[in-house]
Design a binder for this molecule. Structure first.
Ligand code: ATP
Length: 322
C-alpha cells in the first residue's frame, strides 16, 4: 500500500554567519539532509507510529507521502501513485492532519467547511450523508457543526480537523502530532476514534507524535528515525526490551527517611516522604530491588515505571553512535 525505497530529501539553506543581516546578503548555502536513504513499506490496515526526536525528518516524510514535497531521490509509491506526480488521484486516497495547522476555514461554521470539502473531493450526496453521519457520531460533533472554527477549543477543533480529513473516506490517514496540546479527555477521544476507523473502516494510519502514550495506545508497529536515518522498524515491546537499560521505582514512605544503599540502584530524588530510584538493569533486576525494599516496615506504596521512551531513544542513538 505504501512503498518507500531509498528515499532522501536534502534542503539547501542560507548559511548562518555572524552578524544579524549577513545571511540576507550571503550566497553561501549549506545542505541539510533531512532524510537519508529511508526504506519501508506499510500494508493495508496497519497503524504505524512514525517517531523520532525533533528534526529527525518525520514531517518531511509525511509531506513527501502527502505530495506536498518532492524528494531529492528515491521512490515513494502510495496505492500505485507517486504522490507529487499524480496529486489529484493521490489526494482521494489520503487524509492528512497536521496538528499545528488547520485545513478548516477559520471564520465559517464547521459544517460549511465540510460542505466545501465535499465539493472539492467530489463526494456524492449519499456518500457524504453516510460519512458525515458516522464522523459526527464517532467524534461527537453535532453541537459544533454550526460554530465558526475560530470559536472552537483546541480539542474541539482537532476533532473537526480529523473529520475534515476523512470526509472523502480515504484509505490512508496521515496524522502529524494529532494530540499536541490536547487535554487528557480529548487525547483519549482522538485515540479511540483512530482505533475505531482503523478497525471498522480499515483505514491505514501513519501517526507521528512525541507523545509516547499515543504510540503505546495505538501503534502495533513503530518506525523510528533520527537525523534522517531509519533506526528501527518493528514492534514497540521489542524495542523496549532491547534498549531498556533502566527502570524507575517511586517509593512512598510513612515518614521522611533515607534509604540505605541497594546494589545497582541510585536515588534520583528524595522529596518529603517520596524517593525516586533508578535501577540499572545491567547490574540488578526488579525482583531483587523489590525484595530489598519490602524488608522495610515503613513503606506505603511502590510503583515501577519503565524508563521514558525518550531515554530509550537516547540509548538507541548511543548504540548507533549518532
Ligand atoms: N523547508 C525546509 N527548509 C530547510 N530545512 C528544512 C525544511 N523543512 C525541514 N527542514 C530541516 O529538515 C530536518 C528535518 O525536519 P522535519 O520537520 O522533517 O523534522 P521532524 O522530525 O518533523 O521534527 P519535529 O519533531 O521537530 O517536528 C530539520 O533539520 C529541519 O530543520
Amino acid at each position: 500500500m505504501i512503498e518507500i525505497e531509498n528515499l532522501s530529501k536534502a534542503f539547501q539553506v542560507a548559511k548562518r554567519k555572524k552578524g544579524a543581516f549577513s545571511s540576507l546578503f550571503s550566497r553561501d548555502v549549506e545542505t541539510v539532509h533531512a532524510l537519508n536513504d529511508i526504506s519501508f513499506s506499510i500494508d493495508p490496515g496497519e497503524i504505524v507510529g512514525y517517531i523520532g526526536p525533533n528534526g529527525a525528518g518525520k514531517s518531511t516524510t509525511i509531506k513527501i507521502m502527502s505530495g506536498i514535497l518532492v524528494p531529492s531521490s528515491g521512490k515513494c509509491e502510495i496505492m500505485g501513485h507517486v504522490p507529487w506526480k499524480s496529486r489529484i488521484s493521490h489526494v482521494r486516497n489520503i487524509g492528512v492532519v497536521f496538528g499545528q495547522r488547520t485545513q478548516l476555514w477559520w471564520d465559517v461554521p464547521v459544517l460549511d467547511s465540510f460542505n466545501l470539502l465535499k465539493d472539492i473531493y467530489k463526494v456524492s450526496d449519499s456518500h457524504y450523508a453516510r460519512s458525515l453521519d458516522q464522523l459526527v457520531t464517532y467524534l461527537d460533533l453535532s453541537h459544533l457543526l454550526q460554530t465558526p472554527v475560530r470559536q472552537l477549543s483546541l480539542g474541539q477543533r482537532m476533532r473537526c480537523e480529523i473529520a475534515a480529513a476523512l470526509i472523502h473516506s480515504p484509505k490512508i490517514l496521515f496524522l502529524d502530532e494529532p494530540t499536541i496540546g490536547l487535554d487528557a479527555v480529548s487525547k483519549i477521544a482522538v485515540r479511540q476514534f483512530i482505533q475505531k476507523i482503523n478497525a471498522e473502516n480499515k483505514v491505514t494510519v501513519v501517526l507521528t507524535t512525541h507523545d509516547m502514550s499515543d504510540i503505546e495506545a495505538l501503534a502495533n508497529r513503530i518506525i523510528l528515525i533520527g537525523k534522517g536515518e531509519k533506526l528501527y522498524d518493528g514492534n514497540l515491546d521489542h524495542l523496549k526490551n532491547t534498549y531498556l537499560k533502566h527502570k524507575r521505582i517511586t517509593v512512598d514512605f510513612t515518614a521522611p527517611t533515607t534509604l540505605s544503599e541497594i546494589p545497582g540502584v541510585t536515588t534520583l530524588q528524595t522529596k518529603g516522604q517520596r524517593s525516586v530510584l533508578l535501577v540499572d538493569l545491567n547490574a540488578t533486576n526488579i525482583p531483587s530491588v523489590m525484595q530489598a525494599l519490602t524488608l522495610r516496615p515503613d513503606i506505603l506504596d511502590i510503583s515501577v515505571e519503565n524508563q521514558p521512551i525518550e531515554e530509550i531513544i537516547v540509548n538507541l542513538y548511543e548504540a548507533h553512535q549518532l
